[in-house]
Write a protein that binds this ligand. Structure first.
Ligand code: NI
Length: 255
């Protein structure tokens, strides 16, 4: 079985003590590829360095809504430069977070819009973070109809929004939250969307699947999310993993 973890933060300080051990254990655990998601400008060069030395990693460059107030026009050049490096493929994670509101909402929207525009100009996929900001997220995404590709990460909106995102050219990623006991709404969505537009991810060290909820997540735990999705889709995990693996390559424009 080969699995693509389409969203991880292995550079998080929670991995400082055992990162190397963990990275070397992933291929044997069936984790064939990982997309390391960048969160802030200081992270861009760190993601480039990680991806350069770990051959099965891909990377993104971008400013998360939490850090939107540090975004400057020159940040776009930094992102653009990073994307010239090998296996640096996406712009992310970018979007809106009205749950925490760590940056003012108008600043978040400007930061998101500027990065969507860059992605459209460079024909690069995006990794979208939308937390409790579905209306504004969709308003901004609709402006780039025809020029969008990439992923709705940690999807938490409605089935109607999922379908519209697919129509806009995006893939829908589910993480550990799919295993939570109260995720009935997500089960329904994950069970009926077109299979060829689904992805799985960990968002590690966060969003740890049941029964490890509350502990640090890592890419190996993705099998629990895979198992839940295989139950929802009525497919065996091996067949599903292979489909999701191929979807991941398409979502990120990889060959
Ligand atoms: Ni993330």
């Amino acid at each position: 079985m080969r699995i693509f973890d389409t969203h991880a933060h292995l550079l998080d300080e929670q991995f400082d003590a055992d990162r190397e051990e963990l990275l070397s254990s992933l291929p044997a655990a069936g984790i064939a590829h990982v997309m390391e998601a960048c969160c802030d400008e200081a992270g861009i060069d760190r993601v480039v360095a990680l991806v350069e030395r770990v051959p099965y990693f891909f990377g993104s460059a971008g400013v998360h809504p939490h850090s939107a107030d540090e975004f400057r026009p020159e940040t776009l050049d930094h992102i653009k430069d990073a994307l010239t490096r090998e296996r640096m493929v996406a712009i992310g994670e970018i979007g809106l977070d009205y749950h925490y509101d760590f940056s003012p909402r108008d600043v978040q929207r400007d930061c998101f819009d500027a990065q969507l525009a860059l992605a459209a100009k460079l024909h690069r996929p995006v990794i979208i973070h939308d937390r409790e900001a579905h209306g504004d997220t969709m308003d901004l995404l609709r402006r780039y109809r025809g020029d969008l590709s990439g992923v709705m990460h940690c999807f938490s909106a409605s089935c109607e929004i999922a379908k519209e995102c697919i129509d806009l050219g995006l893939y829908i990623a589910f993480g550990g939250a799919l295993t939570f006991k109260n995720a009935v709404h997500q089960w329904e969505i994950a069970g009926k969307l077109p299979l060829d537009r689904l992805l799985i991810e960990t968002d590690c060290p966060y969003m740890t699947p049941v029964p490890f909820r509350g502990t640090r997540n890592d890419p190996r735990r993705i099998v629990l999310t895979l198992s839940k999705l295989s139950e929802l889709r009525g497919l065996d995990p091996e067949t599903l993993a292979e489909t999701l693996f191929e979807n991941s390559f398409k979502a990120f424009g990889l060959r």
